[in-house]
Design a protein around this ligand. Structure first.
Ligand SMILES: [Zn+2]
Length: 125
Protein backbone atom coordinates (compact mmCIF):
# COMPACT_ATOMS: atom_id res chain seq x y z
CA UNK A 1 0.00 0.00 0.00
CA UNK A 2 1.42 3.33 -1.02
CA UNK A 3 0.55 5.73 1.75
CA UNK A 4 3.44 8.06 0.93
CA UNK A 5 1.46 9.96 -1.70
CA UNK A 6 0.42 12.36 1.02
CA UNK A 7 3.40 12.71 3.36
CA UNK A 8 1.97 14.10 6.56
CA UNK A 9 5.01 16.29 7.19
CA UNK A 10 4.44 18.15 3.92
CA UNK A 11 0.90 19.11 4.71
CA UNK A 12 0.57 22.68 5.98
CA UNK A 13 -0.20 22.76 9.69
CA UNK A 14 -3.35 24.76 9.08
CA UNK A 15 -4.79 22.05 6.81
CA UNK A 16 -3.74 19.26 9.14
CA UNK A 17 -5.34 20.94 12.15
CA UNK A 18 -8.62 21.45 10.34
CA UNK A 19 -8.56 17.88 9.09
CA UNK A 20 -8.15 16.72 12.67
CA UNK A 21 -10.54 18.95 14.54
CA UNK A 22 -13.41 19.75 12.22
CA UNK A 23 -16.50 17.65 12.76
CA UNK A 24 -16.30 15.53 9.66
CA UNK A 25 -18.74 12.76 8.99
CA UNK A 26 -17.72 10.05 6.58
CA UNK A 27 -19.92 7.97 4.36
CA UNK A 28 -18.56 5.31 2.10
CA UNK A 29 -19.81 5.26 -1.48
CA UNK A 30 -17.85 2.42 -3.02
CA UNK A 31 -14.46 3.78 -4.01
CA UNK A 32 -15.38 7.26 -2.87
CA UNK A 33 -15.82 8.65 0.62
CA UNK A 34 -18.32 11.41 1.13
CA UNK A 35 -17.02 13.88 3.66
CA UNK A 36 -19.56 16.16 5.28
CA UNK A 37 -18.42 18.98 7.50
CA UNK A 38 -20.77 19.18 10.46
CA UNK A 39 -18.88 22.20 11.78
CA UNK A 40 -21.08 24.38 9.60
CA UNK A 41 -24.68 25.38 10.23
CA UNK A 42 -25.45 24.15 6.70
CA UNK A 43 -23.41 20.94 6.42
CA UNK A 44 -25.34 19.90 3.28
CA UNK A 45 -23.49 22.68 1.46
CA UNK A 46 -20.13 21.44 2.74
CA UNK A 47 -20.22 17.92 1.41
CA UNK A 48 -17.56 16.62 -0.95
CA UNK A 49 -16.42 13.30 -2.33
CA UNK A 50 -12.91 11.96 -1.94
CA UNK A 51 -11.78 9.29 -4.39
CA UNK A 52 -9.67 6.55 -2.82
CA UNK A 53 -7.39 4.45 -4.99
CA UNK A 54 -5.20 1.72 -3.53
CA UNK A 55 -5.75 3.04 -0.05
CA UNK A 56 -4.78 6.61 -0.93
CA UNK A 57 -7.18 9.58 -1.06
CA UNK A 58 -6.31 10.73 -4.59
CA UNK A 59 -8.68 13.59 -5.24
CA UNK A 60 -11.58 15.57 -3.87
CA UNK A 61 -14.50 17.38 -5.46
CA UNK A 62 -14.06 20.52 -3.34
CA UNK A 63 -12.81 23.77 -4.90
CA UNK A 64 -9.75 23.97 -2.64
CA UNK A 65 -8.37 20.66 -3.86
CA UNK A 66 -8.32 21.70 -7.50
CA UNK A 67 -7.09 25.20 -6.75
CA UNK A 68 -4.08 24.40 -4.59
CA UNK A 69 -1.14 22.04 -4.89
CA UNK A 70 -1.58 20.61 -1.42
CA UNK A 71 -4.24 18.02 -0.68
CA UNK A 72 -7.36 19.59 0.80
CA UNK A 73 -8.51 19.01 4.37
CA UNK A 74 -10.99 16.37 3.22
CA UNK A 75 -8.30 14.24 1.63
CA UNK A 76 -6.10 14.75 4.65
CA UNK A 77 -9.06 14.00 6.89
CA UNK A 78 -9.44 10.62 5.22
CA UNK A 79 -5.68 10.02 5.03
CA UNK A 80 -5.11 10.45 8.75
CA UNK A 81 -7.94 8.08 9.65
CA UNK A 82 -6.42 4.74 8.92
CA UNK A 83 -9.54 2.71 9.87
CA UNK A 84 -11.51 4.49 7.14
CA UNK A 85 -8.92 3.71 4.50
CA UNK A 86 -8.75 0.10 5.60
CA UNK A 87 -12.50 -0.10 5.53
CA UNK A 88 -12.67 1.36 2.03
CA UNK A 89 -10.14 -1.19 0.83
CA UNK A 90 -12.08 -4.00 2.43
CA UNK A 91 -15.34 -2.92 0.82
CA UNK A 92 -13.64 -2.46 -2.55
CA UNK A 93 -12.22 -5.97 -2.32
CA UNK A 94 -15.56 -7.47 -1.34
CA UNK A 95 -17.40 -5.54 -4.06
CA UNK A 96 -14.93 -6.74 -6.62
CA UNK A 97 -15.41 -10.35 -5.58
CA UNK A 98 -19.17 -10.07 -5.60
CA UNK A 99 -19.15 -8.34 -9.00
CA UNK A 100 -21.75 -5.87 -7.97
CA UNK A 101 -21.95 -2.16 -8.38
CA UNK A 102 -19.54 -1.01 -5.74
CA UNK A 103 -20.90 2.50 -5.83
CA UNK A 104 -24.15 1.36 -4.37
CA UNK A 105 -23.23 -1.74 -2.41
CA UNK A 106 -22.35 -0.48 1.00
CA UNK A 107 -22.47 2.69 2.89
CA UNK A 108 -21.51 3.71 6.33
CA UNK A 109 -21.74 6.84 8.29
CA UNK A 110 -19.06 7.58 10.77
CA UNK A 111 -18.67 10.45 13.09
CA UNK A 112 -14.94 10.69 13.58
CA UNK A 113 -15.34 10.99 17.35
CA UNK A 114 -16.77 7.49 17.42
CA UNK A 115 -14.79 6.15 14.56
CA UNK A 116 -13.43 2.95 15.99
CA UNK A 117 -16.70 1.77 17.47
CA UNK A 118 -18.76 2.50 14.35
CA UNK A 119 -16.46 1.44 11.60
CA UNK A 120 -17.42 -2.20 11.90
CA UNK A 121 -21.09 -1.52 11.24
CA UNK A 122 -21.56 -2.25 7.58
CA UNK A 123 -25.00 -2.16 6.14
CA UNK A 124 -26.10 -3.32 2.72
CA UNK A 125 -27.51 -0.36 0.84
ZN1 LIG B 1 -11.69 18.58 -0.40
Amino acid sequence: MNSTVIPIEEIPNRVLKRAQYEAFEFELLGSRVRVRNESYADPENHEYEVTVEDGVPMKCTCPADTRFDNPCKHRVGVAIRRPILEFVEEVQAVSHLAQVDRNTLYFFSVNCKHLISHVTHVKPN
